[in-house]
Design a protein around this ligand. Structure first.
Ligand code: ARG
Length: 568
């Protein structure tokens, strides 16, 4: 089933060909609804290219364009924009087809990719904090959308479970561990010993050296140290898993840094042999002398002391993902500070001859109300677990005020959907590169572009059916009379245009904003048109339209990883 946009674009490019003109410009949704539903700047672009009057060109193109089955006669506006307004019977027909389409018109991608998505990727021996929300939630939404579009998706949690911090953790474990605290709250105790060791190490070169020794022993496979490390990883994973359960996030594989450990020597040897890497001041480095922005930024893949680092591991991930997992596409979701790192890694991959499509999907930061990086009052990172618990607690309060009759069991479930949904949506509705201020009041508000607002629209629709006591009627045709009704049906038809767009530049906010507009269109319709009290066949058609709106909202939110309650 093709979208209006595609149908119009195809017909339009035929008309261009008929007029002897090359394809030009774009056919997009109208920027201003007063001018119609779609517009194209083709005549403007061609006019400029050919030094001809765009309005004259527009008329010439329109002479050979027949879109009468879809639109009112197209018009030329301003300097030469061509505007299209959909006919309401065409809208009714298409929306009618969507009633029985589980995909709501969203086509599968024409070429299926095998995509590894590396997202979340927290570090062991540190609790997940608020900073991890973005990569986790963004990566999950992209994975959901890519799967829905028919791609093969491998979700990979590249956990930071190896590296210099373990020298300190093991030293702390041996010298500072309090077994009782470990029993009570393992991760908090591991974080405590890590921090305390770190502080000692700063002031005491002997502690520093001892930590280094512990790390060397760990890397050499010393049994005692490996056991401690294993235990720390297991405790951290428990904390991560708790958070992932709350967030309803899953991974297909969790190949953390340690997974690549024994592959690192071969990586370095290979890069040296191929001449991609060279020895510089005792370290093994890759230079990018031909790339101006990287010319003075070599990538070290083996330190002077023989140790490997973050970059070495990431070169190894490239091999594994392409050769073993057979991916043709790799998406890595992290904060913007890693931009340089991944430019280097991708450039090394290119020099090694890898042809896959590597993308680094970056995001900005979450700020506190003071517009600085969000921290607790004592200046610590905010643990994600606490933050999510707080979200559910606050959501529960809202339900208690709004609908005191909800049973206790339902309250827990609904509060989780609303609380977690609010946190996710606050993130996903922003352009990923924008820093945003974390505000409970804003994200949990029932008004505005928030998850609770969208969930509430869904709940409102469900309550229509609870009130009517009947399921959505099976109609095969929609009857659209009221402008608000036509407008709502048009919005629903746009879903199939919006979803694939998200992946163009990895912007789930496009989908979020669409859903917000869909909910607004629904509310406008519901205020303007009576549903249950109208006469047949209008009543059946309107009920079907309500149901369809609800299902599109639900599906769209699901693609963002957000659940909808049946009541709230
Ligand atoms: N653990 C890293 C961090 O917290 C993110 C890892 C991203 N993925 C990768 N392949 N390097 O910053």
């Amino acid at each position: 089933m093709e979208t209006f946009q595609t149908l119009l674009a195809n017909k339009f490019s035929d008309a261009l060909a008929k007029a002897g003109l090359p394809t030009a410009g774009e056919l997009t949704p109208a920027t201003d609804a007063r001018f119609g539903d779609y517009q194209t700047n083709a005549a403007l672009v061609l006019g400029k290219q050919r030094g001809e009057n765009p309005r004259t060109l527009a008329e010439k193109i329109l002479a050979g364009l027949d879109v009468s089955d879809l639109c009112e006669p197209p018009t030329v506006a301003g300097a030469g924009f061509i505007n299209f307004t959909l006919r309401s019977d065409a809208v009714a027909k298409k929306a009618g087809e969507l009633l029985s389409d589980e995909r709501f018109g969203v086509a599968k991608a024409s070429s299926t990719k095998r995509i590894v998505i590396d997202f979340g990727s927290p570090n062991v021996a540190k609790p997940m904090h608020v900073g991890h929300i973005r990569s986790t939630v963004l990566g999950d939404a992209l994975a959901r959308i890519a799967s829905f579009l028919g791609h093969e998706v491998i979700r990979d949690n590249h956990i930071g479970d190896w590296g210099t911090q373990f020298g300190m953790v093991i030293y702390g474990w041996k010298n500072l561990l309090d077994r009782e605290s470990l029993q009570r709250d393992p991760l908090a105790e591991i974080v405590r010993i890590y921090k305390e060791t770190n502080e000692r190490a700063i002031g005491d070169p002997q502690v520093r050296e001892a930590c280094r020794q512990e790390l060397v022993k760990l890397q050499a496979g010393n049994k005692e140290n490996i056991d401690i490390w294993n235990e720390c990883v297991a405790f951290s994973m428990q904390d991560f898993d708790h958070v992932y359960r709350l967030l309803d996030i899953r991974f297909d594989i969790q190949c953390g840094e340690s997974f690549y450990n024994d592959r690192l020597p071969a990586v370095v040897d290979r890069l040296l042999k191929s001449g991609i890497a060279e020895i510089s001041e005792g370290a093994v480095c890759v230079f990018f002398r031909d790339i101006p922005q990287l010319a003075d930024k070599p990538c070290i893949i083996r330190k002077r002391d023989g140790g490997f680092n973050y970059a070495t591991t990431d070169v190894a991930t490239v091999d594994y993902r392409i050769n073993d997992l057979k991916a043709d596409t790799v998406w890595i979701v992290t904060g913007a500070p890693q931009i340089l790192h991944f430019r280097q890694i991708f450039e090394i991959a290119r020099r090694e001859g890898y042809k896959a499509d590597f993308r680094h999907i970056t995001h900005g930061s979450i700020l506190g109300e003071d517009r600085k990086l969000m921290k607790t009052r004592s200046g610590e990172n905010v643990p994600l677990r606490e933050l999510l618990d707080e979200a559910c607690k606050r959501a529960r309060k809202i339900i208690e005020e709004k609908n005191p009759d909800v049973s206790d069991a339902d309250k827990v479930d609904i509060a989780q959907k609303i609380g977690i949904g609010a946190v996710k949506y606050a993130d996903l509705s922003q352009y990923r590169m924008t820093d945003y201020v974390f505000s409970w009041d804003r994200m949990l508000s029932l008004q505005g572009n928030t998850a609770p607002y969208l969930q509430n629209a869904y709940v409102r629709i469900r309550s229509i059916f609870r009130k009517s006591g009947e399921p959505a009627p099976k109609v095969d045709k929609l009857i659209l009379r009221d402008p608000s009704e036509i407008n709502l049906a048009k919005r629903i038809c746009q879903f199939a245009e919006i979803v694939p767009q998200v992946l163009n530049d990895f912007r789930p906010n496009i989908l979020a904003n669409y859903l917000f507009e869909l909910a607004n269109s629904f509310h406008t319709f519901y205020e303007a048109c009576s549903v249950l009290k109208s006469d047949e066949p209008i009543r059946g058609s309107r009920l079907a339209l309500c149901d369809l709106s609800g299902r599109v909202l639900q599906r769209g939110l699901d693609l963002l990883g957000i659940k909808v309650p049946e009541k709230m």
